[in-house]
Write a protein that binds this ligand. Structure first.
Ligand code: HEM
Length: 399
């Protein structure tokens, strides 16, 4: 899922020193091998990073539960430690003695994005500040959810272009949580590395499809209203959430053996887009609008009634819009020999009741893709707005 958004920023001072030391290993030519390591994404700002940031090559999602007895002050102190550390890691600093894992690397576009689950508000006695849209998601037909890998009091989404840098960040944040919060579940995802293709392209998922084309773009007039929480969503006691966003996380296993049994035209029929270019099956290129009314010589709709793009597109869902910023996962093979692989579906939106929920209700009933996927885990979290320097994420809620 190729997310739209402002690009990472290539830093001069802090990252430059790292780049120089990286270049000393290149055989003496002094040329920098790549700018991948030196690219830094600022942590502070009105939005948290990792939402509109173009998808980095890796993600590690870690959900935490508060330890019994953790109160609001303890949670606030953790969020301060986490925010300060995420900002420093994002600049490529190594804030503790255990920085060796990532010692030679630059920031590598590292981002950490924090979210709160509904259970956190109950545990901290903050039910009156819980935003209205942070409700348990309804159940959907045919899902097979594993409760132990679903939900959680807090979510940390770490993304970066280097696996060691990501591990280091995850481990550093986890150490800071000791005694306050415990890891509930973790998932690791990947997508294409920058530079793997000659020019930047929309990513492919593990079914081989170009995935992310239909995403809203940051330049769209209604982008902020659709993706970030506005006045309405921040009503009642939830004023602290204004400028934040909801994220739905679903681990969706792909039944890849069954999928591979389809020939390419049949696969394209399921989605409504071509596999090679990502163009609609009604013609053109990736950016051409699908012609949903077009019928073939047999009188049938060329983009089938149950094609994934027709069932999910905003124009057929009362404008329901999400920013899909998912990652692939592959965790080996299951006892029956099939791949344990699929999509870590990660979708950001201003209100899941007008985004994910109605769309998934429709997909679960009438999407041709449903026969080839299984939803295995589920989570809904509210990500507070970003914070300026000197403050921490979630401060308006917790202080
Ligand atoms: C579009 C794949 C699950 C919502 C697409 C496209 C592909 C795709 C290939 C077309 C390219 C694009 O616009 O990105 C998949 C796969 C899934 C999955 C493989 C599961 C493993 C979901 C779920 C939802 C969803 C669970 C939401 C509940 C959408 C939306 C679009 C889309 C909104 C854009 C439609 C448009 O406006 O053209 N998906 N998808 N997808 N998908 Fe999915």
């Amino acid at each position: 899922a190729g997310a739209a958004g402002a690009g990472g920023l290539v830093v001069g001072a802090a990252g430059g020193a790292v780049g120089a030391s990286m270049a000393s290993d290149d055989g003496g030519s002094g040329a920098r091998l790549t700018s991948l390591g030196t690219t830094a994404v600022p942590f502070h700002g009105t939005r948290q990073p990792g939402i509109t940031t173009p998808a980095q090559a890796r993600t590690v999602l870690v959900a935490y539960d508060l330890e019994p007895g953790t109160d609001r002050a303890g949670t606030a102190a953790l969020m301060r430690r986490w925010s300060d550390t995420a900002a420093r890691l994002g600049r490529g600093e190594r804030p503790d003695a255990d920085g060796q894992v990532a010692l030679d690397a630059g920031p590598s576009s590292l981002t950490a994005t924090f979210g709160f689950g509904g259970s956190l508000f109950d545990k901290l006695g903050l039910a009156d500040r819980r935003p209205g849209a942070l409700k348990a998601l309804p159940s959907f037909p045919d899902e097979e959810l594993d409760a132990t890998r679903s939900d959680g009091d807090m979510l940390v989404q770490v993304c970066g272009d280097d696996a060691l840098v990501c591990f280091h960040a995850v481990r550093t944040l986890q150490r800071l949580a000791r005694g306050v919060a415990r890891v509930r579940w973790q998932m690791t995802g990947f997508t294409r590395s920058p530079g793997a293709t000659l020019r930047p392209m929309t990513h492919r998922n593990l079914m081989g499809q170009v995935d992310g084309t239909g995403n809203p773009q940051t330049g769209d007039a209604d982008f902020d209203a659709k993706i970030f929480i506005g006045d309405e969503g921040a009503a009642g006691g939830a004023a602290w959430a204004r400028g934040g966003s909801y994220v739905v996380v679903r681990r969706i296993r792909m039944l890849l053996d069954a999928w591979d049994d389809l020939d390419v035209p049949a696969q394209e029929h399921v989605i409504g887009r071509r596999k090679d270019t990502g163009a609609p099956v009604t013609g053109g290129d990736e950016r051409t609008e699908p012609d949903y009314g077009r019928r073939g010589p047999d009188g049938r709709l060329v983009i089938a009634e149950n094609a994934h793009i027709r069932v999910s597109a905003p124009e057929f869902n009362r404008d329901a819009t999400m920013l899909r910023r998912g990652y692939s996962y592959h965790d080996g093979f299951r006892p029956d020999g099939t791949p344990d692989a699929g999509l870590l579906f990660i979708a950001w939106q201003a209100d899941p009741r007008q985004g994910f929920v109605p769309v998934q209700q429709k997909l679960a009933r009438g999407d041709a893709l449903s026969a080839f996927v299984r939803h295995e885990t589920s989570g809904l979290f509210v990500a507070p707005p970003g914070c300026p320097e000197g403050r921490y994420v979630g401060q308006e809620l917790l202080e």
